[in-house]
Structures are given as C-alpha cells and as structure tokens.
Ligand binder design. Sequence first.
Ligand SMILES: [Cu+2]
Length: 273
Amino acid sequence: MIKKIVSVTFLLSSSVMANEPKDWQLGFQKSASKSMSDIVWFHDYMLLPIITAITAFVLFLLLYTCVRYRASKNKVASTTSHNTMIEVLWTLIPCLILIVMAVPSFKVLYSQDTIPKADVTIKAIGYQWYWGYEYPDENIIFDSYMIKDEDLKENQPRLLTVDNEVFVPVNKVVKVMITANDVLHAWALPSFGVKRDAVPGRINETWFKADRTGTFYGQCSELCGIKHAFMPITVNVVTEDEYNKWLEKAKIEFAKDDIKNNIKVAKKIKEVQ
Ligand SMILES: [Cu+2]
C-alpha cells in the first residue's frame, strides 16, 4: 500500500515537473523563459478574450437575425442595401482591435529577434534524421539520436528521449545557431518559446534564457522526410556547477577532432556518389 502511495505521488510530481507534452493536453507547456511567459500572457490575456468576445458577438447576431427576421414574422423583406454608419464601424473596430493586438505581439517578436550578449553559444545542425550539436567556444561536437522504444529506460518519454542531450546552464543567455545539412528542419523547444527553421546553407539565430532547471523536450517542427517524427530535441538545464562538470567530461568525450571530422565528410561524399 505504502509503495503504491509513494509511486502515485512520484508519478504525480514527475508529471507536474516534466517538461513534455501530456495526453489530452490543451494549451502550452509550462514556460521556462521570459520569452515564453510573454507568449503565454499574450495568448491567455489578449488573444483568447478577443477571440471569445468576437465569437460570442457573431453568434448572438446570427441567432438574433434568425429569430427576429424569420420568414413567418417577416412577410415583406427589407430593401436596405447601405448604412454608412455601420459600414464605418465594421471597418474601424476591427482595425482598432488589430492595432491593440499588434503592440504586445511586436514586442515579443522583437525581443526574440534581438540577441543579448551570449554566455553560451550552441550550434544545432539538422540532418535526415537526427540533430548534430556543436559548442564552438568549447571545441565540442556530437550527434543526438532518438532512443528507440525497445531501449527506453524507466521514466524516459517515448519519441522524445535522445542518447546525447544538450546541456546548458540556468539563468544564462544561450544563443542557438541553427542550420541544416540536407533539407529543411526546424529546431523547436516549446517551454523556451523557441522555434526556428534550419535551412541548408544558411544560419538562423535565436536565443533563450531558461529560468529553471530541468529536462526540456522539443521536436523537429518542419516536415523533413520519412523520419521527421523521430528526431527529438532534449535540453538539460542545469546549475552552473553541473554545467562545468559536464563541460569537462564532454570536452574529452566529444572533442572536435579534425581527422574524425574529415572521415565523416569523406564518408558523406562517398554516400552521395
Ligand atoms: Cu527534421
């Protein structure tokens, strides 16, 4: 019994803590950055009320018209074709609504576009069908493949877990340079409010500053081929100390080795031929 209670409590707490999509989820995942909090605010307190009000108003108009002007009570139809006042109103009011919406919308958009001085820079490269990562300042390079169902360990989410996870420190500005090697992909992490296309031959940039530690999951968000659904993104946000420890290990394990790299390129060329 006690075991059951403990496991249920654990399940509940882990599902609350987990930064991943949940069954029957409506709405966003819990935000972990200022940028995402702004997006959630914009959606919850601006878009949703406006959408609800407009939908309710149009529904009321439809129902009112159906009842008030039904054929049985309205033998002679109106011949009205113009009403200047109404026409001015139904042009001006939507314009005003759009202007009011544009202000916070552009604010969020520009804050995402202006990259502050980065503490950590990572490069994400989309391949068919996995992500490759580089830490250009640390001389680290590694590939990140999805773990297959049969190899999953307990508490590892299906289709989201990878073999080599990205590590970043909490409360630090992380700049992400995103590109692709073959076709279009997109690097997306819902909790950080990040989504950028990975375009071959071009580098897109974005940034995030995670405000809490944890494991965060994302997926490729550009239809890129048959295994599009099987190239997830896992980012571990850890404390500065843990990050430095990981760096030490990763610099040995994932050292960017020119020879290794050349072999990889040669293999790729061979494959193409
Ligand atoms: Cu992809």
